[in-house]
Design a protein around this ligand. Structure first.
Ligand SMILES: Nc1ncnc2c1ncn2[C@@H]1O[C@H](COP(=O)(O)OP(=O)(O)OP(=O)(O)O)[C@@H](O)[C@H]1O
Ligand SMILES: [Mg+2]
Length: 257
């Protein structure tokens, strides 16, 4: 049987701010299999970003076990965690997080500068150009962020995130700053990467965005409230049919172009 790529057991996260104690995660158990595409939902403050930061090794849980590909991450030291963060996980954020003075190509190459296995500048450039090609931006490699549309900026960020062929692609509100047409375009790109085998987690507030995923995990007060196939989630389920139709249309357009 296939092993989960992510396995969480009893994950808790407690923040202390002055005299206050905040229980951001209160015992989360979660298994994610390779090549799943999962939406993480829940109201503001329910713990979504805390969960993503824990999964992405940006933050350590207060208690509990986190296994990534079978390895116990929750016991690792800072160097090992940094290695996992750079090599195994790709991040995409709502605000793109691109360097304003660097071109699309330079932004994408950035993670390779810190990777000991990335080779010389020529090898790095080839890999960055390949990643930009995968997101359909071959014609914009010399543009700086202010010379790109919102959707193009997010595609640069996605190219940067997939550069090291991470095991997991994590996106925290990746379409939060985009209009609906551009949102559809970015979701089509995620869907294509998913079809190519990528494991993807997307935090979103939008039911119609979550409808592009296969599974919906809802958090409330730091706990898992529900965990259902997208079509069975009461809110998201209503949008699944139109999401799949939209995917088919965008993919057909891409094939024709
Ligand atoms: N660094 C921190 N220090 C202290 N408290 C924090 C910190 N980060 C988050 N929290 C608290 O933990 C809880 C969960 O926050 P989190 O950011 O995970 O929520 P969220 O579900 O991502 O919300 P949103 O939808 O608004 O982004 C909140 O009560 C928040 O105030
Ligand atoms: Mg958040």
């Amino acid at each position: 049987m296939q092993q989960p790529i992510i396995q969480l057991r009893g994950i808790t996260k407690v923040y202390r701010v002055g005299v206050e104690t905040i229980h951001a995660l209160r015992g989360v158990d979660l298994d994610i299999m390779p090549n799943e595409m999962v939406a993480i939902m829940g109201s503001s403050g329910s713990g979504k970003s805390t969960l993503m930061n824990t999964l992405g090794c940006l933050d350590r849980p207060t208690a509990g076990e986190y296994r990534l590909g079978g390895n116990l991450v929750s016991g690792m030291g800072a160097d090992e965690l940094a290695h996992i963060r750079n090599e195994e996980i790709g991040f995409v954020f709502q605000s793109f997080e691109l360097l304003p003075r660097q071109t699309a190509l330079e932004n994408v190459e950035l993670p390779l500068l810190y990777s000991p296995t990335a080779g010389g500048w020529r090898a790095r450039r080839v890999r960055a150009l390949e990643a930009l090609d995968r997101v359909g931006l071959s014609k914009r490699v010399d543009h700086r962020p202010n010379q790109l549309s919102g959707g193009q900026k997010q595609r640069v960020a996605i190219a940067r995130a997939i550069l090291n062929k991470p095991r997991i692609l994590m996106a925290d509100e990746p379409t939060g700053n985009l209009d609906s047409a551009t949102t559809a375009e970015i979701l089509a790109l995620f869907t294509r990467l998913h079809r190519e085998g990528q494991t993807i987690l997307i935090v979103t507030h939008e039911d119609d965005v979550a409808a592009h995923c296969r599974r919906v995990v809802r958090l409330r007060d730091g706990r898992i409230l529900s965990d259902l196939p997208a079509e069975q989630d009461p809110e998201v389920g209503r949008h699944v049919e139109s999401a799949r139709a939209l995917q088919a249309a965008v993919l057909a357009e891409g094939a024709a172009a």
